[in-house]
Design a protein around this ligand. Structure first.
Ligand code: HEM
Length: 395
C-alpha cells in the first residue's frame, strides 16, 4: 500500500449517510427552501417570562373566547343558510387564516386585523416575511456567490419589507405610547412590551370518520348540556389531547428545525461531524420513522393512549420522537400558549358542529398535500360543510 493511501485511510472520516452531492454546490440544492430561524436571546427571555407565560396565556383567554365565538357564529350562519338541495360549502382554510391573523393582531396590537387598513397591511407584510424566510440566501452558504442575492432582487426585497415593517410597528408603538400616557390600558403584547421597557430601563379528522366520532363522543360527553367548553372540561379530554399529538406527529407545522452549527469536531453514533457543519433536524421524518412508531403512515391517536406503546410520549421537548416545538434551549417558548388555543378551538368546533365533505365525498378522497415554505400550509383549500349539532340532534 502506498504512503498516500495509508495516510488517506488514517484520516478518512466516517461521515453520516447523506443524499448524493452535486459537484461544487454539494447538497445546497436540497436545503433551498428551509427556514434560517434567528432570534435574539434577550427577546426569548422576555417572551418566556412575560408574553407567553402561564399568566399571560390566562389573560388572553377572553381573546380566545371571543374569536372562537365569532368563528363558531360564522359557521352557524353558513350552516343555517344550507339546504338539502344546496348545501353551503365553507372555505375552512381561509377562515382559519383569518382566525389566526385576528388572534395574532388582537394579542399583539389589541385590535382585529380586519378592523383597520394599517393592520391589514401588517398581514400582507407577514406573508412577505414568511416567503422571504422560506427562501435561502445563496451568499449565506457560499459567500463567493453572494452577488446572486442582489442580482435576483432578493436583498432589495428584504430591505423593502424590513423598512415597511419598521414604519408600521413604529406607528403602532407610538399610538400605544400615546394611549398609555392618556391613561388607556390595553392588554396586548405591545402594551406589555412597553410596560417592560418602562420598568427596566412578551383535517385528519375528516379523513378518519372513526376518529372524528370518538372525539365528538368524548367532547360531547364531557361538556354535557352546557353551552360552553370550560378549562376543566379540556383537562379531562384525553382522546382530544391524543388527536392533537397525532396531528403534530403527522404534520409538524415547522417540519425542519432552525439549523444548528457544530461548534467543534464531534462523533455521534460513530459518525464524524466536523466543526462548522450545519445540522438540520427533520422533525417530519422523525414522526414517520418506523423505528419509533408502529405503522407511522396511519393516523391513529390511540397510539398515545395505549399503555404498551407510546402513551407517555409528549411534545414538550423531552421525547425526541415527537418534537413539533423543537427541544432544548432553542425550543419553542410558546407551547402552553399554542396548546391552550388549539385545544379550546378544537373542542368548540367538535362540540358545536358535525362536519362533512361537500358532494358526499369520503375522507380518503381528501387532498391533503402541503405547500412549500418555512411553515407548512395546505396546498389545496379545505372545503367542508358544517351542521349545527343542536339542530341536527333536534332534526
Ligand atoms: C402550533 C404552534 C407552534 C409551533 C408548532 C411552533 C414550533 C416551533 C419550533 C419547531 C421552533 C424551533 C425550535 C427549534 O429549532 O428547536 C419554534 C421556535 C420559536 N417559536 Fe414557536 N411554534 C408555535 C407557536 C409559536 C407562537 C404562537 C409563538 C409566539 C407567540 C412562538 C415563538 C417562538 C420563538 C420566539 C421561537 C424561537 C426560540 C429560540 O430560537 O430560542 N411560537 N417554534
Amino acid at each position: 500500500m502506498s504512503i498516500i493511501t495509508k495516510w488517506s485511510n488514517k484520516h478518512k472520516k466516517n461521515f453520516p449517510p447523506s443524499p448524493r452531492k452535486l459537484p461544487i454546490i454539494g447538497n445546497l440544492h436540497q436545503v433551498v427552501g428551509l427556514l434560517p430561524h434567528r432570534s435574539h436571546q434577550q427577546m426569548k427571555s422576555i417572551l418566556v417570562l412575560q408574553l407567553v407565560s402561564n399568566k399571560s396565556v390566562h389573560s388572553f383567554r377572553s381573546i380566545r373566547k371571543d374569536e372562537t365565538a365569532l368563528f363558531v357564529e360564522r359557521i352557524r350562519e353558513y350552516s343555517s343558510s344550507s339546504s338539502e338541495t344546496k348545501p353551503a360549502v365553507i372555505n375552512l382554510s381561509m377562515m382559519f387564516v383569518e382566525l389566526t391573523n385576528n388572534g395574532i393582531c388582537r394579542s399583539s396590537f389589541g385590535v382585529r386585523c380586519s378592523e383597520s387598513e394599517k393592520r391589514k397591511k401588517f398581514m400582507v407584510l407577514l406573508k412577505d416575511l414568511s416567503e422571504l424566510t422560506g427562501t435561502v440566501r445563496v451568499g449565506e452558504f457560499l459567500p463567493w456567490l453572494g452577488w446572486i442575492d442582489s442580482v435576483n432582487g432578493f436583498d432589495k426585497r428584504v430591505d423593502r419589507v424590513a423598512k415597511e415593517m419598521d414604519d408600521l410597528l413604529e406607528d403602532v408603538i407610538q399610538q400605544h405610547m400615546e394611549n398609555t400616557t392618556m391613561g388607556e390600558k390595553g392588554e396586548d403584547f405591545v402594551h406589555l412590551l412597553i410596560e417592560i421597557l418602562n420598568d427596566s430601563t412578551d383535517a385528519d379528522l375528516l379523513r378518519n370518520p372513526n376518529v372524528m366520532k370518538k372525539l365528538q363522543n368524548e367532547v360531547r360527553e364531557i361538556v354535557g348540556s352546557k353551552q360552553d367548553v370550560t378549562d376543566d372540561d379540556l383537562e379531562k379530554m384525553d382522546y382530544m389531547k391524543a388527536v392533537i399529538k397525532e396531528y403534530f406527529r403527522c404534520h409538524p407545522p415547522l417540519p425542519i428545525l432552525a439549523p444548528r452549527v457544530a461548534l467543534g469536531n464531534v462523533q455521534i453514533k460513530g459518525y464524524d461531524v466536523p466543526q462548522g457543519t450545519w445540522v438540520f433536524v427533520n422533525v417530519w421524518a422523525i414522526g414517520k420513522d418506523p423505528d419509533c412508531w408502529d405503522e407511522p403512515e396511519k393516523f391513529e391517536p390511540e397510539r398515545f393512549l395505549n399503555k404498551l406503546n407510546n402513551d407517555s410520549i409528549d411534545f414538550k421537548g423531552l421525547d425526541f420522537e415527537l418534537i413539533p416545538f423543537g427541544a432544548g434551549r432553542r425550543g419553542c417558548p410558546a407551547i402552553a400558549f399554542s396548546t391552550a388555543t388549539i385545544e379550546f378551538l378544537l373542542a368548540n368546533l367538535v362540540h358545536k358542529f358535525n362536519w362533512e365533505l361537500p358532494d358526499g365525498a369520503h375522507g380518503t378522497n381528501l387532498d391533503v398535500s402541503e405547500s412549500s415554505g418555512s411553515s407548512v400550509q395546505r396546498a389545496v383549500p379545505l372545503l367542508v360543510i358544517a351542521t349545527d349539532s343542536m339542530r341536527a340532534s333536534l332534526g
